[in-house]
Design a protein. Structure first.
Length: 156
């Protein structure tokens, strides 16, 4: 009988050869767990969420921080109904408790560009295919105008 029994370790642990999660991915999951615990303890107000977002932005390297600060201002003006909050340790903006858009700094996962992403709750549909994330290396006036239009459209 012993030959047919399998080790619990072999069936439940992630195979080390598959690579598993990166350190950055594990850190993001830990951030999300902390956020969920905080939300469960008390329903956070818009001001609390904004202070969390501003704290995350302040931790970013200068290039990412400058873009995140500008994006934060654009979202506040373009869609004041969105509530700032953190999501997987990133600045995000939610409507009725659901994240609509978020900013992922380049440093978050050691990428060459930052990302402005939109969730499936964003109303950006264009036929059968449309973009849901945008790579950002810097922000121009034209980029800012496009982002403002996208954010407005996402919440309509």
């Amino acid at each position: 009988m012993k030959d047919t029994q399998r080790s619990a370790k072999g069936t439940t642990a992630m195979d080390e050869s598959s690579g598993g999660f990166t350190d950055e991915e594990r850190a993001a999951m830990k951030e999300r767990a902390k956020e969920l615990k905080a939300e469960a303890r008390a329903s956070k107000g818009k001001a609390d969420g904004e202070s969390d977002v501003l704290a995350k932005i302040a931790e970013m390297p200068e290039a990412d921080r400058a873009m995140a600060e500008r994006l934060h201002a654009i979202v506040k003006v373009s869609a004041p109904a969105l509530s700032p909050r953190t999501w997987y340790g990133m600045p995000a903006y939610a409507k009725d408790g659901k994240v609509v858009c978020f900013f992922q700094s380049a440093a978050k996962f050691n990428a060459r560009y930052a990302t402005l992403g939109f969730s499936d709750t964003a109303n950006l549909d264009e036929g059968a295919m449309w973009p849901t994330a945008f790579a950002l290396t810097r922000l121009t006036a034209a980029d800012e105008a496009r982002i403002a239009a996208l954010v407005k459209r996402a919440v309509r």
